[in-house]
Design a protein around this ligand. Sequence first.
Ligand code: PRP
Ligand code: ADE
Length: 231
Amino acid sequence: MSSTNTPAAHTSKATSSHPSRDKPDPTLESNASQGGFAATRPSAAAELASLKIKLQSSLRQFPDFPEPGILFEDILPIFANPELHEGLLRALELAVEKSGWGKPDVVVGLDARGFLFGPSLALRLGASFVPVRKRGKLPGPCETAEFQKEYGSDFFQMQADAVKQGQKVLVVDDIIATGGSAAAAGSLVTKLGGTVAGYVFILELDFLKGRDKLDAPVYTLLTGQEEKLEQ
Ligand SMILES: O=P(O)(O)OC[C@H]1O[C@H](OP(=O)(O)OP(=O)(O)O)[C@H](O)[C@@H]1O
Ligand SMILES: Nc1ncnc2[nH]cnc12
């Protein structure tokens, strides 16, 4: 069955896929002000900036999905295009390498869209990949955390032996909105004995201030909606 939602018309409002043309890339500023994102070599910085422009322009937005009042950010066009897919992984690899957080032992990806790039990024970084899954999907002893997100609430689980005591963990997901999902994942990693070195997202919905819920440095590649969808 086809969905009735159609991509948002291009308007003058600055959004993730249509940032204001007269405004400098806010991602660089916000990440720099969070600390921990060390200065990059000019060539790496230029490569990252160019990749961000390509990735940003590929995003689509769907108003009132999955419920009224939500402007849904669709990252799937990145994965439909091999050049953009490769560009995403390269951009995240560059960002992590230059973050100053050090090499992670484990990349933890969130169910489900964190699974689209978490394993590939883990391979590039020479780290293990471990999933955080919605409740009831993982066998064996698990730790569980309840969370609220931009639309609704849910439960996350990790297998109890998935992260070893003292391992350095990078938590990755496609989008940080309210930060509820990422904060729950971080709390599970800590319960298992790991240390969250940082959180990495493709896109951040700034107006929801989700990063304030997180207790480790945050890097986001692209910046999303500056305000809530008008009703
Ligand atoms: O910052 P928050 O408000 O917690 O929202 C962000 C989360 O919401 C989306 O996942 P969703 O739960 O819709 O699941 P999906 O990945 O299975 O589509 C998204 O992929 C993030 O995981
Ligand atoms: N606005 C949004 N678009 C896509 N995924 C989301 N997850 C939480 N909020 C979202």
